[in-house]
Design a protein around this ligand. Structure first.
Ligand code: NAD
Ligand code: MG
Length: 390
């Protein structure tokens, strides 16, 4: 089923076993050979990585956890696929001439180095890994500009904004409006929130996503990260970004122009569409994503998002306004806090206050280097330990 086509776009799918990665492989599979997976990577679930390799016959697969890779039986790997191990192999593979586009779909700061390497080698990057922009937005976008590498959003809100921005000039943009489903606990009382279990936090009402972003959606930290992502990706100040609650997740986000016109992108919640849009950009093609059914009545609701009700949003706005080291500290604190929550070591309601406390206690630097950001990432993770009850 896999055939070589000289005009295929060769895609390195980093994080291929995740929610975005598997959706991306469906888009590639439906492309009739116009897209091909030239590389796949995974950290765990190596049986799934092997199955993907058998199906897509990529040139390279990367098992980023060397210990797990060593313990795994690779004897069934297709003969045309080379196995590489360890995180450094990600940066090596994305630099190869044969790679046309890199899908950055690794979760967390672990995705930053390969995103950086891909842009550094002038590759087009389809960016799902929002954490790279949260941690180092100004540096990442500056690198993309210097290398003239395309940085295309995959996050559905940012893909929607990217599409809506095409309706006017950048000088005519008044406001970006990010939509948020509100997550599973939108109408919970403070008492109910205190009782939230890991299993409940992992049940998102609309989207089927990996565990970290699902918890981020429940705390609304995902929207906080997306405010910061939008701030750097589109170069729009924090006070020109708004968030509205839209439980149906059909309007994926909007741009309000100076004349008051609001341009939105609508489609059912299905990540295959923004992935496909980035893969084929600037073209649009018919694809596998679900479509709206105009023969069926449906309503779209919008409510203001209250930063008192969702304190994570305030964190997002504060970090987008401050810039510098703020995003890196917030991201690391949140990754560590979510990890602790998933391990049963931190209450759901402690995630956001723990992040606020670590953010407020760090020594802010306005123009940090990448090394300083990575050092602060370590520091913030350590700080979260004081909140954790083993
Ligand atoms: P996931 O947990 O389902 O998958 C993560 C992938 O990254 C897996 O392939 C995993 O093996 C790999 N990985 C995990 N840790 C790694 C490490 N230390 N080194 C290298 N690889 C590692 O996550 P996901 O839901 O697919 O999300 C991926 C990224 O896309 C995240 O940054 C998330 O915020 C973003 N995103 C996801 C969605 C969604 O619908 N899932 C939507 C928008 C943005
Ligand atoms: Mg999103």
């Amino acid at each position: 089923m896999c055939f070589m086509n000289l005009s295929s776009k060769m895609i390195a799918v980093l994080g291929s076993t995740g929610s975005i990665g598997t959706n991306a492989l469906e888009v590639i599979e439906a492309s009739g050979g116009r897209l091909q997976a030239i590389a796949l990577s995974a950290h765990s679930k190596l049986d799934q990585l092997l199955a993907q390799a058998k199906r897509h016959k990529p040139r390279w697969i990367i098992a980023t956890d060397p210990k797990a890779a060593k313990a795994f039986d690779w004897s069934a790997l297709p003969s045309e696929t080379e196995l590489l191990t360890g995180p450094a192999a990600l940066a090596e593979v994305v630099a190869r001439d044969e790679v046309d586009l890199v899908l950055a779909a690794i979760v967390g700061i672990a995705g930053l180095e390969s995103t950086w390497a891909a842009l550094d080698h002038k590759k087009t990057v389809a960016l799902a890994n929002k954490e790279a922009l949260v941690v180092a937005g100004p540096l990442v976008t500056q690198l993309a500009e210097q290398r003239q590498a395309l940085l295309l959003p995959v996050d559905s809100e940012h893909s929607a904004i990217f599409q809506a921005l095409q309706a006017g000039k950048s000088s005519e943009v008044d406001r970006l409006v990010l939509t948020a489903s509100g997550g599973p606990f939108k109408d919970f009382s403070p008492f109910q929130l205190k009782q939230v279990t890991v299993a409940e936090a992992l049940e998102h009402p609309v989207w089927d996503m990996g565990p970290k972003i699902t918890v981020d959606s429940a705390t609304m930290m995902n929207k906080a990260l997306e405010i910061i992502e939008a701030r750097w990706l589109f170069g729009i100040p924090a006070d020109q970004i708004s968030v509205v609650i839209h439980p149906q997740s059909i309007v994926h986000s909007m741009v309000e122009f100076v004349d008051g016109s609001v341009i939105a992108q609508l489609s059912p919640p299905d990540m295959r569409l923004p992935i496909q849009y980035a893969f084929y950009y600037p073209d649009r093609v018919a694809g596998v994503a679900e479509r709206l059914d105009w023969d069926r009545a449906f309503s779209l609701e919008f409510e203001p998002a209250d930063t008192d009700q969702f304190p994570a949003l305030k964190l997002g706005f504060d970090c987008a306004e401050a810039g510098g080291t703020a995003g890196a500290v917030l991201n690391a604190a949140n990754e560590a806090a979510v990890g602790a929550f998933l391990a049963g070591e931190l209450h759901f309601t402690e995630i956001v206050p723990a992040c606020r406390s670590v953010l407020d206690s760090h020594s802010f630097e306005a123009q940090p280097s990448l090394d300083q950001l990575i050092e602060l990432d370590r520091w913030a993770r350590q700080e979260i330990l004081s909140w954790v009850c083993p």
